[in-house]
Design a protein around this ligand. Structure first.
Ligand SMILES: Cc1cc2nc3c(=O)[nH]c(=O)nc-3n(C[C@H](O)[C@H](O)[C@H](O)COP(=O)(O)OP(=O)(O)OC[C@H]3O[C@@H](n4cnc5c(N)ncnc54)[C@H](O)[C@@H]3O)c2cc1C
Length: 472
């Protein structure tokens, strides 16, 4: 692994989510946040002075998502002798998970689907073991128990327990990510009920959409958050009839406030046939052998032949719990990404640091890098960034960062905000100041000031400085 100055490579960076790609041509869409080509700018990675620590070390990594890959890279950059083994219950090389929604209805093979190509793992001697479910961690013996999975349709089911292997480690990283949360509705087990977390889920969704004589399906999406709405937009473009049901009193409850939500709803109404119902609770999914309808708590029956549940995620922390590591909503880690056991680290969607689980790509990548550096013997500290989210669908775009709902904020602080609203142009901007310092903002309709907003919130600028940044 060389740096850019050694190999003269060119890079571009997405101003919105920080994703870095090789080459001089901006992609049509960012594989992580979905921003367009205009979000990319030239980028020169800063030169890191990495200290080599070539010692014999056996590292086991559970999972092969972005946290796992970033950790493996960071370890190999520092230690050429370490044995690095990743065990994943999926059957593919690590891929850009956000493409499961951003690539829906598009040819993802024409996008940068894989995080790294196969040669990268071979050249760097990073061993990936596919279809392997880790089902036990034994911290005292410093080993993990792994089962070879023979049911490729469900990575969490072990069909054949005879293929169990015990693998020892010096250092262990848990990078097991999260699962899609499925509320226990009656009817959830029906075959046309889908989620979107893994590539096999996308394949399942496509098989449901393509089944039967009718090309167009009636799809109910349960959950009006970022992923639910992104999926709704894609399915609408593909010609399906879509209804989104959101239990909160408005859509995108974490990213938009009560003034912004109607503007987004207007864009959805103008640019699609998607029906959005908010403040509505689902009672059950109806159907004997296949999905026939969704019934709401107030008795409405919405006919459909496909249901997509997009109701958030649950961290995969059971392995850690069973191994008596400290867990809460996820696996508790300190600033070094270390769990309550010094030789076991956790990073990404399965980890909680200072009570935060961001559930976003860049956080998983950063935490994986920090865990990897520390596994290799460094003392690198993880610095969390303000939480930002992007959305690009229904011919509009949104960027939202930090604290935005003043009503829900800390009651002991003084909040003020600057709001700009242009309803005919469907533009809404809001900048939130806490005790005079910028702590959050929303850009809806035009996200051109995203970089400035990130800088402003990261540096907690005051109103004067926000003006100089051209934000307000
Ligand atoms: C559809 C979708 C769209 C998204 N869009 C965005 C976006 O636009 N922007 C953004 O920033 N983030 C987005 N995210 C979130 C982002 O993808 C995640 O934050 C990120 O993938 C987390 O990485 P991770 O490595 O922690 O976990 P994961 O990517 O979940 O990887 C964990 C891996 O571990 C495997 N695993 C789990 N348990 C075991 C076990 N016991 N044994 C073996 N393997 C195991 C899992 O199967 C999985 O392959 C999106 C996520 C999804 C699902």
């Amino acid at each position: 692994m060389e740096n850019s100055s050694e190999n003269n490579l060119s890079y571009m960076k997405c101003k919105v989510c920080g994703e870095v790609i090789e080459g001089m041509v901006a992609p049509e869409i960012c594989v992580v946040c979905g921003s367009g080509a205009e979000a990319f700018e030239k980028y020169t990675p800063h030169e890191e002075h990495i200290i080599l620590n070539n010692i014999e070390l056996e590292v086991v990594i559970i999972g092969a998502g972005i946290a796992a890959v970033s950790a493996a890279k960071a370890i190999r950059e520092r230690n050429k002798l370490a044995k690095i083994d990743l065990y994943t219950n999926e059957s593919e090389y690590p891929y850009n998970r956000p493409l499961l929604t951003k690539g829906l209805g598009r040819d993802i093979t024409k996008m940068k689907y894989f995080v790294e190509d196969k040669d990268f793992y071979i050249e760097n001697e990073i061993n990936i073991h596919f279809n392997c479910l880790v089902n036990e961690i034994n911290p005292d013996e410093k080993n993990v128990v792994i089962s070879q999975n023979s049911d490729s349709n469900n990575p969490n089911i072990i069909v054949d327990n005879r293929n169990t292997e015990v693998v020892s480690y010096d250092k262990l990283l848990i990078a097991t990510g999260a699962e899609a949360f499925v509320p226990p509705f009656q009817g959830c087990q029906l075959p046309e009920v889908c989620v979107l977390r893994r590539k096999i889920d996308l394949d399942h969704l496509y098989s449901v959409l393509q089944s039967g004589a009718n090309d167009s399906k009636n799809v109910v999406i349960i959950g009006g958050g970022l992923l639910g709405l992104e999926t709704a937009s894609a399915l609408d473009r593909m010609g399906h009839s879509v209804t989104v049901i959101e239990a909160c009193p408005s859509i995108l409850p974490r990213q938009l406030d009560a003034d912004g939500a109607p503007i987004l709803l207007a864009s959805i109404a103008e640019n699609s046939n998607v029906t959005v119902k908010y403040g509505v609770f689902v009672e059950k999914i109806l159907g004997e052998e296949c999905v026939e309808a969704v019934q709401t708590k107030d008795g409405e029956i919405i006919d459909c032949n496909c249901v997509l549940i997009s109701a958030g995620n649950t961290a995969n922390n059971q392995l850690a719990k069973d191994a008596n590591l400290l867990t809460s909503r996820a696996i508790n880690v300190n600033k070094y990404m270390q769990t309550s056991n010094d030789d076991i680290y956790a990073a990404g969607d399965c980890a909680v640091y200072e009570e935060r689980i961001d559930g976003i790509w860049e956080t998983a990548k950063d935490q994986g890098e920090v865990a990897g550096a520390n596994i290799a013997g460094e003392k690198t500290v993880y610095n969390s960034k303000p939480f930002g989210a992007t959305f690009r669908a229904f011919k509009t775009s949104l960027f939202s960062i930090g604290e935005i709902n003043v009503e829900k904020c800390d009651k002991n602080s003084v909040y003020s905000f600057v709001e700009e609203k242009n309803e005919p142009r469907k533009i809404y901007n809001k900048f939130v100041f806490k005790n005079g310092l910028l702590v959050g903002g929303v850009l809806l309709g035009s996200v051109a000031k995203t970089k400035e907003l990130i800088v402003g919130v990261t540096n907690k600028v005051n109103e004067e400085e926000a003006k100089k940044l051209n934000l307000i």
